[in-house]
Ligand binder design. Sequence first.
Ligand SMILES: *Cc1c(COP(=O)(O)O)cnc(C)c1O
Length: 353
Amino acid sequence: MINVTKTFFPPLKEYRKHLRRIWGNEWLTNRGELVQELEMKLKNRFKVPYLTLTTNGTLPIQIALKVLANGGEVITTPFSYIATTSAIIWENCTPVFVDIDPDYLTIDESTIESAITSKTTAILATHVFGNPCAIELIENIAEKHKLKVIYDAAHCFGVEYDGQSIFNYGDLSTCSFHATKIFHTGEGGAFFTQNAKLHEELFYGHNFGHKGPEEFYGVGINAKMSELQAAMGLSVLPYMEDIMEARRYVVEFYDRNLDFSRMQRLKIREKTEWNYSYYPVILESEDALLRSLKRLKDRNIYPRRYFYPSLNTVDFAGKIKMEISEDISSRILCLPLYKGLKDTDLKLIVDCI
Ligand SMILES: *Cc1c(COP(=O)(O)O)cnc(C)c1O
């Protein structure tokens, strides 16, 4: 069976080596040696000033909203994973959707201003499939209207924009290290900011607000990464160059062999060093998509309708019409993309589509 992705398993021997360190330290969580080492390695890799590891990629979005959005209206994209919208609602904020750009698939920055009201506190946008939003324009709008900018950068491990890590943009960015993402710790995530004061607030927020054992900075939650998760991350990290290279090969195969007269590929924004995180194709119609899916399923190949449905259509999210996002969602398919796909599999996938 071929799925849209396949979790990378590092050699068990190397995972055991890290587990042995945990047993040696007799320390399982609360910022142990392995979590600190992984944090340091990622900080150096991305060249970011502040990074905090978390237990998944959803809690950092919630903590960010708690700290920055203040129960207000949050302008957001309908074309993302459900966590982006549900985090807004969970934090008692109101999602205000604006439509997306039909080529880049990120939030349509030209419609953000018309959605701003006196209750708007933040913009929460997703760098879709590792493709950056219109960062400079969003920054200008946010500055003009005094809004905070949070980027859901769950797909963005390794992405660079205009010469630096994409995690360096906005007030803060979050990432996911879930088993289905390019780099993983089983479950896991992180938040990034350039602002020392904000970093401090987020950091306290992810550990019950603890400022020492008996003193509290404010209300917090538990979003700490454990040593077991960090052990997986430290075992996967040395393979990232390999993984990226294998993914690049698959992406180039699709680029060369798919017939783009009848479907649309993702347009990557200029100044971007992309990470080969997903291979979406936008077919001519939902009907064409369902036919392709059927043909693939008959050969035991399961791509994923991603993102589907458009989040504005989910009943708890308001049900406002978003023409472009709904249209793209109905026709978009993410093709299998992972290290270990064989040429014969790739040929078969291309033929089915
Ligand atoms: C995976 C993902 C999340 C959630 O991350 P978890 O680590 O699964 O909690 C949030 N947003 C987007 C866009 C994602 O793809």
